[in-house]
Design a protein around this ligand. Sequence first.
Ligand code: GLN
Ligand code: ZN
Length: 721
Amino acid sequence: MKTYAYGFPRLGENREYKKAIETFWEGEGSEEGLNHTLHELQANMLQIYASAVNVFPVGEMTAYDPMLDTAVMLGVYKPKNLQEYYELCRGAGALEMTKWFNTNYHYLVSDFSAVKSPSFELHWNKPQQYRERFGKGIPYVIGPFTFLKLSKGLSKTQFKSALEDLTGVYRSLFTSLQEVHVDEPALVLELFSDEIEGVKKAYEILGQSAKVHLFTYYEQVDFLKQLYDLPVASLGLDFVHGIKNLQTIKKYGFPKDKTLIAGVVDGRNIWKNDIRHSVETLKALSRQAKSIWVSNAGPLFHLPITTEGEHLDSRLMGNLAFAKQKLQEIGTIAACAQGRQKVKVPSDSGVRVLGQNKKVQTRIKTLTTKDFKKLVPLAKRRAIQDKILHLPSFPTTTIGSFPQTPEVRKYRADYRAGRITEQEYNAFVQREIRQLMKFQEEQGLDVPVHGEFERTDMVEFFAEQLDGVATTANGWIISYGTRAYRPPIIFGDISRPRPMTVKEIVYAQSLTNKPVKGMLTGAVTIIAWSFVREDIPIKDVAYQISLALRDEIHDYEKAGIKIVQVDEPAIRERAPIKRGDWPKYFDWAIKSFRLATNTAPETQIHTHMCYSEFGEIIKQIDAMDFDVISIESTRSRGDIIKNFERIDFKKQIGLGVWDIHSPAIPTVEQMKQVAQRALRVIPKRNFWINPDCGLKTRGWPETEASLKNLVTLASQLRHQK
Ligand code: GLN
Ligand code: ZN
């Protein structure tokens, strides 16, 4: 029984990755310098692997994104140097970015929509280069099926011929490599039978051109048995998030000619492995498979690098395993499974002791259907709210945040580091709010916001204030490119010791007669961007957060706030990979939103969503029973409107008319086009005018110019007959 590990985080313990690349972007480092750091990071990674497991891949390192590297390897894009490579990542003609499976990692999407018949060649033999340079490890590639499946703009027939074409390119690549680690996570998606046939045909050929270790993860492979006849050397399967893989193998056995690479150590969550459970899984597998390697279940880059250096409560620390600790676990499990080491049953349930809150538990237990259902129906609420709010038709608003200038960030950092006092900091935030309120008044926005200057991140900000949630000092993970964030750890029962946002919102309201919109992050999004405890059902975690949010909204109401927005941008992304699991997920996701916003009918409840395919979940969104939704639409401009055509959507909606991810200033005409197309489907009286998303990444000049146009658009629409 060997041990194998892959997908170790590339960020570096001190985020050397980020620093080196960003220095290069700033024009301060050379291409050689950057390559040198990347190679160092790769060497480091290999050393970490080698100290913990027997076998591992080489060539996982990338200057930005492994999916883009695959595209370059195959000649889809041909940047001549790193400068040109980064043009594809973040230049004017940058590729679209989208979520990688159901994770919060974003990859760059290869786009074939302008290509009649895509053709490929081995343009860059990256795996070969890495193997030669480092002299150890199995060359790593992303497989042809996953690459194509996650690209865009290919018709069904194009896909089929592209896969055949690619098989040829991969064959010569594999022949030169002799042994290869191939990632094919797309095999866990719900595929059509002709896609499955395509996969089989490809690997029928590829399996014979090298020793192929074929990896799947994040879920089970629904057609696993059909892979049994392929001539590959081993199959990597996820036994943590793909429980059914185990059932399939128990039922049908496992081919004698293959190694089973058993992913038993969770690559998605930070809790210590239940060694006894993993050993049992391995024992069950050994009855069927002749050769087994113990491995992680899915790449480890969704985890921070190490728990060393964190100063969390010792009982919590005792339950954590980040990427490095997971590598150790792989070794321990293999040793225990072979009887070389005794299984140590963890003595503590420390986390549970640490996180208990009886009051919260009782609140959850005593929830009834009434908590999840508003007493006053939508139309009646509308009538009540209209009388209170007196908004014009086509009301204008923004999504919440305003430009986070270097000054804002500096003040926040200074406060965190104790360089300025709480009073100084609060005075600064108040000053920012004051200026913003004046700005919005001058611009003529109908529903102003306070600007979110006090928030680093829409999840971390709440995590820091909630009991039962911990935040780390150095637990960074990459969300895309060099962008990293620190997911909070939900370890116990969640409660709100004191109001979290009321002070700022109420201050903003005190400066205007217009209704200020209070800003909260919803439970699903907090869960999606955190590491979550697994000892109680996820729905209970969501309801706990929602109760805290409901209390917050009650405090708003008492202080005279009339509009509240609960952001849920992650609602689509958190949905399970398999559609069969959707009903259960959406049940708690929808209910948790309803629970949080089950407040007085006088309070207008907004939500906001962005950057996902919402078309397929419009019905679920509708069931959330808010009053107003603002939704991003640049991604699928026409499509999303078509989806609203399909259902009788009665709620108010603001379809983003300004793509805030671009510094370009939209003209009144451009925004009008978006609005008018939408107005064919959505009644005028239900239509709001707003940007796509928050403005925190924008600069002030374009914010001012764009909002001016946005307000002009609203006034033109009002006067149009
Ligand atoms: N209210 C948040 C903001 O404006 C929403 C961000 C988001 O949708 N990701 O920044
Ligand atoms: Zn958004």
